[in-house]
Design a protein. Structure first.
Length: 246
C-alpha cells in the first residue's frame, strides 16, 4: 500500500512548518519508512513573518535530496511572476496586486529586507526585490509543480475542475479554483488532497481532503499521512484516523 505525507498551506510560518515536519519524522520513526514523499500543497509564502526562512528550508531540503514534492499555490505564483522581468501580474488575477495589504507580498519582501515604501516606483521596487531574493529561491519558485499523482491520491493546491480528467487539468484551476470544486460531491477519479480554502481543522469530505487550517490567519500548519485512501492526521500523540464528515 502506497504511503504519502502531505503538509497544508504554510504562508511564511517557518516554525509551524518545522513542527509539521517533526510530526512526520516521528511517524517515519514508527513505520521505518524514510522514502515516502512529503507533498507540500503550496502557498509557501505571504502573510506570515518568514517567507524567506520557509524557502531557505525547502530549498535546502531540495539540495539534500529529501523526498519532498513542492507544489505551486496561487501566492507562490504571485511572487514568481513579480520577480520575472517586467514585474508581471498574476495571470489569473491581473486585477489583484501582490502588494495589496490582504495578499501578503509586502510581508514576504520584508522578510528579505525589502521595505516596499522605501522605493520611488514599482520598477525600483522590482529591482530591489530581484537583488534581495537569492537565485535559488527564484529557481525553486519556477520549479514548483502544479499537481502530483500517487496511487489513489491526487495532490494539488486548490482543487480540480469537476468533469475534466485529472491528466487534463490546467494550472489556473489547480491553484485558484474554489466554489465549483468545493461544492461538487462527485468522485474525481482519485482522492483529491488540497488546501487554499481555510477550514478550522483538517476535513475529509469523501471525495477530497482539505489541509488548509489557516496558517496565514493564525492557525496551524497541518500534516497528514495517507495510506491507500486512508487518511490520518498527525499529532503530538500520534496518528488520528480521519473519516469523511457526515
Amino acid at each position: 500500500m502506497l504511503r504519502s505525507y502531505a503538509i497544508g498551506d504554510v504562508h511564511g510560518h517557518l516554525q509551524k512548518l518545522r513542527a509539521a515536519h517533526a510530526l512526520i519524522a516521528s511517524d517515519r520513526a514508527l513505520t521505518g519508512d524514510d522514502q515516502a514523499p512529503v507533498v507540500h500543497l503550496g502557498d509557501l509564502v505571504d502573510r506570515g513573518p518568514n517567507s524567506r526562512g520557509v524557502l531557505d528550508f525547502l530549498d535546502q531540503g531540495r539540495v539534500e535530496g529529501q523526498p519532498w514534492v513542492l507544489l505551486r499555490g496561487n501566492h507562490d505564483r504571485f511572487m514568481q511572476y513579480f520577480l520575472r522581468p517586467g514585474c508581471k501580474p498574476e495571470p489569473r488575477r491581473p486585477d489583484l496586486d501582490w502588494l495589496s495589504p490582504n495578499v501578503g507580498g509586502r510581508e514576504t519582501l520584508a522578510s528579505y529586507g525589502v521595505e516596499t515604501g522605501m522605493h520611488p516606483d514599482l520598477a525600483a521596487l522590482h529591482d530591489a526585490a530581484v537583488a534581495a531574493v537569492p537565485g535559488g529561491h527564484r529557481d525553486l519558485l519556477e520549479c514548483l509543480l502544479p499537481a502530483f499523482r500517487r496511487g489513489e491520491v491526487f495532490f494539488c493546491h486548490a482543487g480540480v475542475r469537476p468533469g475534466r480528467a485529472l491528466e487534463d487539468q490546467v494550472e489556473d484551476d489547480l491553484i485558484w479554483i474554489r466554489g465549483e470544486f468545493l461544492d461538487d460531491p462527485r468522485d474525481h477519479g482519485a482522492l483529491i488532497v488540497h488546501g487554499h480554502s481555510p477550514v478550522e481543522q483538517v476535513t475529509h469530505y469523501g471525495n477530497r481532503v482539505n489541509l488548509d487550517t489557516g496558517a496565514g490567519y493564525g492557525g496551524p500548519v497541518s500534516a497528514v499521512v495517507i495510506e491507500g485512501r486512508e487518511v490520518f492526521v498527525l499529532t503530538e500523540n500520534g496518528r488520528v484516523p480521519l473519516g469523511p464528515v457526515g
